[in-house]
Ligand binder design. Structure first.
Ligand code: UGA
Ligand code: MN
Length: 354
């Protein structure tokens, strides 16, 4: 039994998977015409047409089989990352060559509240499906919390854990409307600094994305943004009290903004609606978010430093698809904890992490 370590089992699994792929490719080759010469010399007659139909059907079937194998492989990869995070990357790197795939660096500001763990678990388990992904989590606090630290350690993701506290003057009071003060400013800036200090222009290829912890992300948006040359943009669902906000695209170019609120802004879009090639961070080393800007101008302040509206790259089917949603999570209502105490009953066990 000692010989059957999880790691060996997995290596064996991948070998079997690899061999079945070889088999598929081999059988595909065996019914291709033997040479181009043979192909050029023959003209189709009735028999050939029949044969072609059979071949079409075979191609279709092999294609379906390939799709099945791909989706199985994706599942094994996800489970591997989740169950054996410490060896997953090593095994997977041997299997495929993702070296030329640009990285996605996602910056997520986050803060302690009852729903935090649920938010971060949901996000991390989405991100597990994304290849070449580095999660930069920045806690809005004086020190790193155990909750976030443990969560990241067990996430199976490549990550960087940072923290910086929002000054009291910029913190929303419980009764304040949420548009009064911007959130995540210092946290996102710290993420930008980390990229500028720890990555190198040219050596590290990738794009930066601001992934707030309460949004919902379709995996497709990550594959779309991966190819960003400067700054790419797309619609965001359920934001600005509209079904969606979106860049307006005419002949492949962004000409304006579909938004009720301040469409006159240079970049009238939500934080979740754009990605930036990290090269720009090195070319413009001073560009970052600022507190001292008009309300609603955080995105515009940053993007103005990097591009013009004409340079924006619309994604998601020319901005006709919603692939990210500004789903704000309802605050947890824990009032009955107090009531339990009041009636002499034990409240929930505080040593149980939620
Ligand atoms: C909207 C936008 O979608 C945000 O990108 C923008 O930062 C925010 O408004 C703003 O006006 O500043 P909204 O859902 O209202 O988003 O904001 P939150 O999701 O509450 O906050 C944005 C991010 O900052 C989240 O990742 C959140 O965890 C984090 N945050 C929030 C902190 O780090 N500290 C806080 O005190 C509050
Ligand atoms: Mn939000």
């Amino acid at each position: 039994m000692g010989y059957l370590t999880p790691r060996r089992l997995l290596v064996f699994y991948f070998m079997a998977l690899f061999m079945s792929l070889i088999y598929v490719i081999y059988s595909f080759a065996s019914w291709c015409p033997n040479s181009f010469k043979e192909m050029n010399m023959r003209f189709p007659n009735d028999g050939d047409v029949n044969e072609l139909q059979i071949r079409d059907k075979m191609i279709y079937e092999k294609n379906e089989l390939l799709k099945l194998l791909q989706s199985r492989f994706q599942k094994v990869e996800t489970n591997l990352r989740r169950l054996y995070p410490e060896v997953a990357s090593e095994i997977l790197e041997k299997d495929s060559n993702p070296n030329d795939l640009p990285y996605i660096y996602a910056i997520t500001p986050t803060y302690t509240r009852p729903v935090q763990k649920a938010e971060l678990i949901r996000l991390s388990q989405t991100f597990l499906h994304v290849r070449n992904f580095h999660w930069i989590v920045v806690e809005d606090s004086d020190r790193k919390t155990k909750l976030v630290e443990n969560l990241l350690e067990h996430s199976g993701l490549e990550f960087t854990h940072l923290n910086v506290k929002t000054p009291d003057a910029w913190k929303l009071a419980p009764k304040d409307p949420n548009w009064l003060k911007p959130r995540g400013v210092l946290q996102r800036n710290l993420g930008l600094t980390w990229i500028r200090e720890n990555l190198k222009k040219g050596a590290n290829k990738g794009v930066l994305y601001f992934a707030d912890d309460d949004n919902t992300y379709d995996l497709q948006i990550f594959e779309e943004m991966r190819g960003t040359k400067k700054v790419s943009v797309w619609p965001v669902g359920l934001v600005g009290k509209l079904r969606y906000e979106s860049p307006i695209v005419v002949n492949g170019k962004v000409t304006g903004w579909h938004t009720y609120w301040m469409p006159e802004r240079d970049f009238a879009l939500d934080m979740a609606g754009f990605a930036i090639n990290i090269e720009l961070l090195f070319d413009k080393p001073l560009v970052q978010f600022e507190y001292e800007v008009k309300r609603g101008y955080q995105e515009t302040t940053l993007l103005r430093g990097f591009v013009t509206k004409e340079e924006l790259e619309p994604l998601a089917d020319n901005c006709r698809k919603v692939l990210v949603w500004h789903t704000r999570t309802e605050k947890a209502d824990l009032r009955n904890e107090e009531k339990l105490k009041k009636y002499g009953k034990p409240p929930s066990d505080l040593t149980i992490e939620v």
